[in-house]
Ligand binder design. Structure first.
Ligand SMILES: Cc1cc2nc3c(=O)[nH]c(=O)nc-3n(C[C@H](O)[C@H](O)[C@H](O)COP(=O)(O)OP(=O)(O)OC[C@H]3O[C@@H](n4cnc5c(N)ncnc54)[C@H](O)[C@@H]3O)c2cc1C
Length: 658
């Protein structure tokens, strides 16, 4: 075909997919907010838009309510440019006039995620209700990765998580983290008993979509046995399921063997040695070299680790995959006890703890919202874990001059430095960029509850060894796409609530599983609107985990919204088209929660050394520096909510113990 024909074919396909349809993402051009209530939503967009910047603060304007924004969310445009300019050494050249606010606080917190909010909570608890605290965050909303996505479709409010969903963590919560939840009024096991998942999905199973580019021909195969993680799905035989796919006979035979056969693939090797070997080989290598499976099985399993690890089976140790219930190990006699060679996540999987799966409809954004309600009087009505779900936060209250605790959004900290010598200074000066100016505030102490890799730029006086340690981890990029659909009749007809798509742009799609709670009712029947979650992790198999994460970070920042949208529409059409799904008619809204700096980097025996106790990079990175302490989940190299809270507690204790 000529270029002209190609272009015509693309246009025609775009029309079929509905790329021209007016859905709720049209306020955004490649994620840049063009007009929200007649004002600009992202106040730092470089010189281009400088003249129209809102002043003094977007969050004080009426109608400011970021949870309902669609288009490119997560690390949205406007959130990261200052930090990148600081990294590239160009920020101060263009920073404009430095403004002395004259504001003085007991504590300045950098980062308004769960860790920063928890740090403010613990500080106030210890210091008393009059403690003056300022929390700075570069995003237009608080909560960090615990982000609320709120949709209004066909008169119905639908909520979901744009990032963090589960309260449950690999290990039991510490006394402090559990205590914080209890004080806020969150008791997950009790909530679980009262509010379980959506009963409307009863009877729906899981399927796999085999795309032609990866598997040679295109097919959706439903009623998958064992589900995605061996925990859900039908009790049917794998051989019967595989016979309905287009996989080669050898691949079918090998997958059935991996899934069901009880074979000891390392017969005669003592248990500890088996575990040690498995911790040093990838799951992919285990399948190919130990199980001796045909290479055709790899595409079937390749993306199975994406959700939990953000990388494929080429970069996750086989021992971790055993711990998280992947198949192939059932005949190997491995005891489910904590042992060396497991990553944090996998170690938690073999450590007993109370089981509950309750999560809020907007995930842990509800925890962030309850923290904010507790910290700032008048921020949100109500006082229970139930009423927070539908409570509307009044953003104009968050940075109010009369409030002892203030949360300042759209504000990127660019400098945290002692006023005087770090060993004796009585104050820390914190400078943040907003509205093309640099503003200075002061605190008796500062907690940096932001990301480790940014701290050396923000805090140039840190010792060199600590800076190096802060740079070690590379946060894991991933995308949680949320699509608002007019109805879910296609899913219902096909009998699926989730589909694994191992070869496609998004590796899975699932109906939103949020529970009814308080006044919130998610979709109850297939003809009602619903939200669909799609997962994309931009990995590059063949590279080390850290290199894959670096490459993915750049890919996410370079990918325009239009590319996401076209892929989303194409994928939904191909997977669900057989049941009458029409992307041009059925898609009502799209939000791409892009997290170039997502999960905290967890140490992985395939790629990282086995450091002695207390010598891991995160141990060195989180050392107190005078009146500046370091919180956030990177500080424990573990991407979990309880870790973010624990690190906040430690960081605050370090300030008080000074
Ligand atoms: C997609 C996704 C899904 C997840 N799912 C789960 C889950 O189900 N369960 C679970 O327990 N954990 C989950 N996690 C991990 C969990 O979200 C984190 O461990 C926890 O929320 C981290 O909190 P934090 O405050 O340390 O960091 P963050 O939430 O990242 O908050 C830090 C904040 O600081 C801001 N910041 C950074 N630099 C600056 C600066 N210079 N100035 C101002 N602000 C700055 C950041 O933009 C961010 O808003 C998930 C993470 C991601 C990305």
């Amino acid at each position: 075909m000529s270029n002209f024909d190609n272009e015509n074919a693309r246009r025609s396909r775009d029309r079929e997919l509905g790329m021209d349809r007016n859905i709720t993402r049209r306020d955004f051009l490649n994620g840049i907010a063009l007009g929200v209530g007649g004002t600009l939503a992202s106040p730092w967009l470089g010189g281009l838009l400088a003249a129209q910047m809102p002043a003094p603060s977007a969050q004080e304007r009426s109608g400011y309510y970021p949870p309902t924004r669609t288009g490119m969310r997560g690390s949205h445009p406007g959130a990261f440019e200052i930090a990148h300019a600081l990294r590239d050494g160009t920020f101060w050249e263009t920073a404009g006039k430095r403004v002395e606010t004259g504001e003085e606080y007991d504590l300045v917190v950098v980062g308004g995620g769960i860790s920063g909010l928890a740090a403010a909570y613990f500080y106030r608890k210890q210091s008393g209700p009059s403690a003056r605290i300022l929390i700075l965050d570069n995003h237009d909303d608080f909560g960090g990765h615990a982000k609320r996505n709120e949709f209004h479709l066909d008169g119905r409010t639908l909520l979901t998580n744009g990032g963090t969903v589960a309260i449950e963590s690999p290990f039991p919560y510490s006394k402090e983290a559990r205590g914080l939840l209890t004080e806020l009024g969150i008791a997950p096991p009790a909530l679980q008993k009262k509010y379980s998942g959506n009963a409307a999905f009863g009877g729906l199973g899981f399927g796999y979509f085999f795309d032609k580019e990866t598997f040679g021909s295109e097919r959706l195969v439903t009623n998958a046995p064992g589900g995605f993680y061996g925990r859900q799905g039908t009790s049917g035989k794998w051989a019967d399921f595989l016979a309905r796919t287009s996989l080669s006979a050898q691949a079918q035979q090998d997958i059935a063997r991996i899934q069901e056969a009880k074979i000891d693939h390392m017969e005669g090797v003592p248990q500890e040695q088996k575990k040690a070997r498995l911790s040093k080989m990838s799951y992919k290598d285990f399948l190919l070299n130990v199980v001796k499976a045909h290479p055709d099985v790899i595409p079937f399993y390749q993306t199975r680790t994406h959700g939990l690890y953000g990388i494929g089976i080429d970069a996750v140790p086989a021992l971790d995959c055993w711990a998280i219930h992947f198949p192939g190990f059932q005949g190997m006699g491995l005891d489910r006890v904590p042992s060396k060679g497991l990553s944090f996540t996998a170690l938690g999987e073999v450590t007993p703890q109370e089981e509950y799966h309750f999560h809020f409809p907007d995930g842990n954004a509800s925890i962030a919202r309850m923290l904010v309600r507790s910290l700032v009087a008048g921020a949100a009505p109500g006082n229970t874990a139930e009423d927070i779900v539908m409570a509307k936060v009044d953003y104009s209250r968050l940075d109010h001059k009369d409030s002892p605790i203030r949360i300042r959004l759209n504000s990127t900290a660019v400098l945290a430095r002692h006023v005087g010598d770090s060993s004796s200074a009585k104050q820390v000066e914190v400078v943040y960029g907003r509205d093309q100016k640099a503003y200075t505030v002061r605190g008796k102490g500062a907690v940096l509850a932001c990301w480790n890799m940014g701290i050396p730029f923000l805090c140039p006086d840190l010792p060199a060894e600590q800076k190096e340690a802060l740079h070690y981890g590379v946060k894991v990029p991933l995308v949680y796409t949320v699509v608002g659909l007019r109805n879910w009749t296609a899913f219902h007809k096909l009998g699926v609530r989730g589909v694994s798509c191992p070869g496609m742009y998004h590796s899975s799609m699932n109906l939103d599983q949020g529970p009814s709670i308080g006044d919130y009712k998610p979709s109850q029947s297939p003809d009602e609107p619903i939200l669909v979650h799609m997962l994309r992790t931009p990995c590059q198999p063949g590279l080390s985990a850290r290199e894959q994460q670096r490459a993915g970070h750049y890919e996410l920042l370079a990918t325009p919204f239009e590319t996401f949208e076209r892929n989303i529409r194409d994928q939904l059409a191909r997977v669900l088209g057989g049941a009458g799904f029409d992307p041009a008619l059925d898609i009502e809204a799209i939000t791409v929660n892009r997290w170039p700096h997502g999960y905290a980097y967890e140490y992985n025996p395939l790629w990282d050394p086995d450091w002695p106790e207390g010598k891991r990079p995160c141990d060195i990175a989180r050392r107190r520096f005078g009146s500046i302490t370091i919180a956030n989940s990177d500080a424990s190299a573990a991407a979990y909510t309880d870790q973010a809270i624990d690190q906040a507690y430690r960081a605050v204790q370090e300030l008080f113990s000074r």
